[in-house]
Ligand binder design. Structure first.
Ligand code: AMP
Length: 297
């Protein structure tokens, strides 16, 4: 690509690092040679879509150098989950990062990140008792493990996560507080398709028919949100009704409820000085969809 064809605020060439040594040299180069001090970090599992790109955009606005990790992290998948079939498309992802002005892509192999035997793990006290944590044992522990490692390797000033995975953001915020990581955590709004479906790499699993049904989850959340905003303080019946409607459409509900944004526990009665997370997870066929809306009364 010629210099003239690239706008000046877009990185001309993204540096792709497969190893920790390569990552260290690339980080050293931007820090020492280019004198760029602030680092923004966007961790991903690849199969990048507009949601990921919105996170990269935020990181670019806030920091001088943007690092994106692309790593399908084995420790956050359960034995019956989709680790093997998870979409992997590194070349396309690197091209998308290049277009988005990313400076460094870190795409390690499993062996680069994990020894065969691990003797330590991170335990989560109560924040993973509900929502996705209750149906995916070990999921958030696996995420904390890899994010902790990535924060130690990259030492970012800012890390951007999607509100789509709201429980992940809240648990990572807690890890940053308790482990004294010197990083600012930014939660980015959910990017949706025109029909409201939250973008997700897993949407690729949906059949054409399931794809038409899928926005129903967000529609139910919107309906419950409207009812709460117009005065419903005990939404249990309303939520049960929406669950029935979704199940009639073919969804298999994992959870649909209002949770405290601090404790991530279910809430039965809402009061007007709290912030809540109205969240749902449901299967359509073999695809697990999640979505949420933040509620401030
Ligand atoms: P993943 O590759 O699915 O692990 O996601 C990487 C990051 O992108 C996470 O912080 C996600 O929350 C975020 N993300 C995924 N989908 C969206 C979306 N539709 N809108 C905003 N952020 C998203």
């Amino acid at each position: 690509m010629s210099k003239d064809s690239v706008s000046t605020d877009i990185a001309e060439t993204v540096t792709v690092c497969k190893t920790i040594d390569e990552l260290n040299s690339a980080l050293r180069a931007v820090r020492e040679q280019d004198g760029r001090s602030s680092i923004g970090f966007v961790p991903t599992m690849g199969a990048l879509h507009e949601g990921h790109l919105s996170l990269i955009d935020i990181a670019r606005q806030k920091t001088e150098t943007v690092v994106v990790s692309i790593f399908v992290n084995p420790t956050q998948f359960g034995p019956d989950e989709d680790f093997e079939s998870y979409p992997r498309q590194l070349q396309d992802d690197v091209a998308a990062c290049q277009n988005a002005g990313v400076d460094i892509v870190f795409a390690p192999d499993r062996e680069e990140m994990y020894d065969e035997t691990r003797y330590l793990s991170i335990e989560i006290d109560t924040l993973s008792n509900h929502m996705c944590g209750s149906s995916r044992p070990g999921f958030f522990e696996g995420i904390l493990l890899v994010v902790n490692k990535l924060f130690n390797l990259i030492e970012p000033d800012v890390a951007v996560f999607g509100q789509k995975d709201i429980q992940q953001v809240q648990i990572i915020r807690q890890m940053v507080r308790e482990f004294n990581h010197g990083v600012e955590i930014v939660a980015a709004p959910i990017v949706r398709a025109n029909d409201g479906l939250a973008l997700s790499s897993r949407n690729a699993y949906l059949s054409a028919e399931e794809r038409t049904t899928a926005p129903g989850l967000y529609r139910s959340l919107k309906y419950i949100e409207q009812q709460i905003q117009s005065g419903v303080t005990e939404p249990a019946l309303l939520i049960n009704h929406q669950k029935d409607e979704l199940e009639a459409k073919g969804f298999e509900i994992d959870y649909l409820n209002v949770f405290s944004d601090k404790t991530l526990s279910p809430i039965t009665t809402l009061s007007d000085d709290e912030r809540y997370i109205l969240a749902g997870a449901a299967y359509l066929g073999k695809t697990r969809l999640i979505d949420n809306i933040l509620i401030e009364l």
